[in-house]
Design a protein around this ligand. Structure first.
Ligand code: B12
Length: 220
């Protein structure tokens, strides 16, 4: 796995993809490969911040990760355990175009039986709200990786939580590398994570709580 991390950090596309293919042929599971790539992305981000890499490096890293995910996606969904049913509305908030983590989250949720409605990137609060009114999701997942996304996350959460059109307000979960408890409070969201698997567990817990509550109320 370290060699995959190193090859991606070096932005060596051919080597990264070759190593991933080899690992898959040798029977390696998909999840450790994803973790190896996530680790590389963290280092690449740090190098960008130190101005050792430029924007072109970030773009290439994003492309390589996307290609890796395309290689492993069939295996990834199969490796996931547990089953839940519920609908998650997902998107990257306005002003932000990062989508690798969001896409990985969508795959992970689907692998666990959730229905995911993916609104894409740079999604304005109004679009989230309109989709929530139409699709009545149990959960809305907001992805954001840059500081500029904070205000959009807040505006989107406020729009969802104060909408008269939504009798049952969806649970709002924030996700992304720089999301934390403080941001969650600032936005008025219900939960947060920077890990897709943890996100699934949060969504599963929520659904269980919701179904428990509606059963106690006599169902709905
Ligand atoms: C690749 C990359 C890009 C690519 C994105 C390609 C793509 N299609 O996504 C490109 C080149 C487009 C890009 C652009 C920019 N980027 Co950029 N980028 C990165 C980089 C290196 C990796 C991001 C990534 O994909 N990580 C891997 C994924 C898997 O991790 P993740 O997104 O955190 O997702 C995981 C969890 O957070 C969670 N998750 C994510 N979303 C959600 C949602 C829910 C609901 C749940 C439950 C979970 C969840 O699940 C995932 C799996 O566990 C990061 C560095 C970093 N450390 O994150 C910088 C980084 C995010 N970028 C940064 C910057 C500054 C930019 C630019 C502003 C650069 C510029 N000057 O133009 C632009 C922003 C443009 C915009 N308006 O959005 C900064 C942000 C700093 C900040 N605090 O604001 C970072 C941190 C780099 C740095 N250290 O400086 N970038």
């Amino acid at each position: 796995m370290n060699t995959i991390t190193d090859a991606l950090i070096e932005l060596d596309e051919d080597r990264t993809l070759r190593l991933v293919e080899q690992a898959l042929v040798q029977g390696e599971r998909s999840l450790p490969i994803v973790s190896a790539c996530e680790q590389a992305m963290r280092v690449i981000g740090e190098r960008y911040q130190r101005e050792e890499y430029f924007l072109s490096g970030l773009i290439l890293a994003g492309e390589i990760f996307r290609e890796v995910l395309a290689l492993i996606r069939p295996g990834l969904e199969g490796e996931m355990e547990g089953h839940s049913s519920g609908t998650v509305l997902l998107g990257t908030v306005a002003g932000d175009i990062h989508d690798i983590g969001k896409n990985l989250t969508a795959t992970t949720l689907r692998g666990h039986g959730f229905t995911v409605i993916d609104l894409g990137v740079d999604v304005p609060p109004r679009t989230f709200l309109d989709a929530a009114v139409t699709d009545r999701p149990d959960i809305v997942g907001l992805s954001g990786l840059i500081t500029a996304a904070f205000e959009s996350m807040r505006a989107t959460t406020t729009a969802l939580k104060s909408a008269d059109e939504l009798a049952l307000k969806p649970h709002v979960i924030l996700g992304g590398g720089i999301v934390d408890a403080e941001l969650c409070r600032f936005c008025g969201a219900d939960s947060w994570t920077n890990n897709a698997m943890e996100g699934v567990r949060i969504c599963q817990g929520l659904l269980a709580a919701r179904h428990g509550a509606s059963a106690a109320d006599g169902g709905s």
